[in-house]
Ligand binder design. Structure first.
Ligand code: RBF
Length: 167
């Protein structure tokens, strides 16, 4: 999460492994589309910055954030993917939907990480209002899509390193 001390788009580039052979799936929610398109642009741009090939970035849209979990599972089940990013934005409304959706996605993504032994990266903005989302989708606190992409590359790199060391 962005804080006054941490910008979502700033990171040590030298600490990110080369990603030229990595393959990623991105599931992105249609709800709050202006925000999620900005998250997607950030994620794709950052993956490419680290040499991920265009043909190794697979993007699928789902109706809302609640559907991100199953969308991510489809990637894990049916595609040869190194990591899956989910991108969505849930904004607090008048009802308790916010809590249920956020809880469902958080638990669902946690479960997928462990079930498939694959990195599923949590790129979900959970904000009180639209402005907080704008600030974290390429605004003053950076872009959570960038952060999700860097996290995905780092986790795939870690897995590859540990596998190599134990061969
Ligand atoms: N999906 C989002 O991605 N972000 C939201 O802020 C959001 N708010 C919702 C509020 C209500 C009252 C409802 C009914 C749905 C909302 N959804 C939202 C859609 C949800 O993630 C899911 O797509 C639908 O509930 C269908 O399963």
């Amino acid at each position: 999460m962005a804080t006054n001390l941490k910008n979502l788009s700033s990171y040590d580039h030298t600490a990110v492994p080369d990603a030229s052979k990595m393959k990623f799936g991105i599931v992105v929610a249609e709800w709050n589309e202006v925000i999620t398109k900005a998250l997607l642009a950030g994620a794709v741009g950052t993956l490419k910055k680290h040499n991920v090939k265009e043909e190794n970035i697979h993007i699928e849209w789902v109706p809302g954030s609640f559907e991100l979990v199953l969308g991510a599972q489809y990637f894990a089940e049916f595609d040869d993917i190194d990591a899956i990013l989910v991108l969505g934005c849930v904004i607090q409304g008048e009802t308790r939907h916010f809590d249920f959706i956020c809880q469902g996605v958080t638990q669902g993504i946690t479960d997928l990480n462990l079930k498939y032994n694959l990195p599923f990266i949590f790129g979900l903005l959970t904000t009180d209002n639209q402005q907080q989302a704008v600030d974290r989708a390429g605004g003053k606190h950076g872009n959570k899509g960038d952060e999700a992409a860097v996290t995905a590359i780092k986790m795939v790199g870690m897995k590859e390193k540990i596998q190599k060391n134990n061969m």
